[in-house]
Design a protein around this ligand. Structure first.
Ligand SMILES: Nc1nc2c(ncn2[C@@H]2O[C@H](COP(=O)(O)OP(=O)(O)OP(=O)(O)O)[C@@H](O)[C@H]2O)c(=O)[nH]1
Ligand SMILES: [Mg+2]
Length: 431
């Protein structure tokens, strides 16, 4: 696995290039978040600056004059790296490193580094490595010494080829192999999911550090990793829980989102996210004690839409109400997001209400069907009782008529399983 190069407690300068007239508060928030990311990666921010421009300078993002200024700061504070909040082109990175004589990274590079150091399972490690390779491919000029070390000279300089071309080929081959490995993992996951098809699935989603894993723990008592750091969770955990009506459902906890998440990561984390993408109901957890909670909600909504999830019902949960002193804030949020639930995962406040809402959403997703099963197939009657909620039963002369509730997403499976017994009735939503 690659390490972009962050080592424990390095010193960094952060820089944002923003459009003229950008609200300084917005810039500050982005920089604070970049600072948190760096803290997680193991670096302290010793200076932070931003520059207003119509657009970033093609060669150096910030332009010659500013480069000089940064260079002076680098020397003054003895920093090991300069980190930009937005993505840099490979050329900009190279030019800046030449001028500043220290490592130059962008937010994506930092996020990738954090993911790399936190990935534990084979799946997460493979996904991170793939994302890193894809991130590096166009940036090879800086990396080639690192790369050839990593690969122990495999395919070293061939006749007529430059080192970089060779390294590119190594990277492309590696990317290909990682993709194949991920395809295999995905097939396995699909097989696992198949066995659980008839159990409704809820997925926790949300901004990183919102308290998803804490909520998972509060609801299931699962021993999972919780930490006041960004990206504590990089894998998907699935646990069963019972709703108040005794119904068994599955709940998954997964990786969190953040603004400007590198697209390579989102793409390669698809198999981890597949549990979320295919859930019947999403539980969107937001940290209501965070100053920018509304932005976080919007960013997560955009991410989910960009992953192709549009029709899945979402329960919006505002967590950490115990950390909010201003009750007006909660009123304001309640007005803006009707139907949301306020909870505290760590103090177990209002979790009963959340479970009741989960149950209500699930029930609203169900449709009613009528089955008529002849007496000589009584075995199937008991299967129906095992698999579905029976609302009514009529014992006739030759057959049993059952009115059952079918979760809408299980209709296809239901129809295939019980085709000979299904009576013509129009589907009605059961509330
Ligand atoms: N005050 C307060 N803190 C909470 C609450 N829920 C979670 N936290 C804290 O918030 C921090 C992040 O919690 P996690 O559960 O790890 O958050 P997450 O959403 O899983 O974060 P990632 O996995 O990093 O995306 C931890 O320090 C928790 O103790 C809450 O209800 N109140
Ligand atoms: Mg977590």
């Amino acid at each position: 696995m690659f390490d972009v190069g962050l080592e424990a407690r390095e010193r960094a300068i952060t820089i944002a290039v923003v459009r003229k007239g950008t609200d300084p508060e917005v810039v500050r928030e982005h920089m604070d978040e970049l600072g948190l990311l760096l803290d997680t990666a193991g670096a302290d921010v010793v200076a932070s600056l931003y520059q207003e421009r119509d657009k970033p300078d093609v060669a150096s993002a910030i332009g010659k004059g500013k480069v000089e200024e940064v260079k002076a700061l680098v020397e003054e504070h003895d920093v090991q790296m300069v980190v930009f909040d937005d993505d840099l082109s490979p050329t900009q990175t190279r030019n800046l490193e030449e001028e500043l004589k220290v490592k130059v990274l962008d937010r994506s590079g930092v996020i990738l580094d954090i993911f790399a150091s936190r990935a534990r399972t084979i799946e997460a490690r493979t996904q991170v490595e793939l994302a890193q390779m894809e991130y590096m491919l166009p940036r090879l000029t800086r990396m080639w010494t690192h790369l050839s070390k990593q690969f122990g000279g495999i395919g070293t300089k061939g006749p007529g080829e430059t080192q970089i071309e060779t390294d590119r080929r190594i990277l492309r081959n590696r990317i290909q192999r990682l993709r194949e490995k991920l395809d295999d993992i995905e097939v396995n996951r699909a097989v696992q999911r198949k066995g659980r098809e008839s159990i409704p699935r809820f997925a926790l989603i949300g901004y990183t550090n919102a308290g998803k894993s804490s909520l998972m723990h509060a609801l299931t008592k699962a021993e999972i990793h919780i930490e006041d750091r960004l990206f504590a969770t990089l894998d998907t955990t699935v646990r069963a829980i019972d709703l108040p009506n005794g119904k068994h459902v599955l709940l998954s906890d997964t990786v969190g989102f953040i603004r400007k998440l590198p697209p390579q990561l989102v793409a390669s984390f698809r198999s981890t996210l597949s549990e979320t993408l295919e859930a019947d109901v999403l539980i969107h957890v937001a940290d209501v004690s965070h100053r920018h909670v509304k932005d976080h909600v919007a960013i997560v909504e955009e991410m989910i839409a960009s992953l192709g999830v549009h029709d899945t019902p979402v329960i919006l949960v505002f967590n950490k109400i115990d950390a909010v002193e201003d009750r007006h804030l909660l009123d304001d949020i309640g007005m803006e997001y009707p139907g949301c639930v306020f909870i505290s995962a760590t103090r177990s406040i209002n979790l009963g209400r959340l479970l009741a809402d989960m149950q209500a959403v699930l029930e609203s997703l169900s449709v009613q069907r009528t089955l008529r099963i002849p007496y000589d197939r009584m075995k199937d009657v008991s299967t129906v009782y095992d698999e579905l909620e029976v609302l009514e039963r009529l014992d006739g002369d030759e057959s049993v008529t059952l009115i059952v509730k079918v979760p809408s997403d299980k209709l296809l499976l239901f129809s295939n399983t019980y085709a000979p017994y299904i009576q013509n009735n129009t589907s009605t939503n059961v509330h």
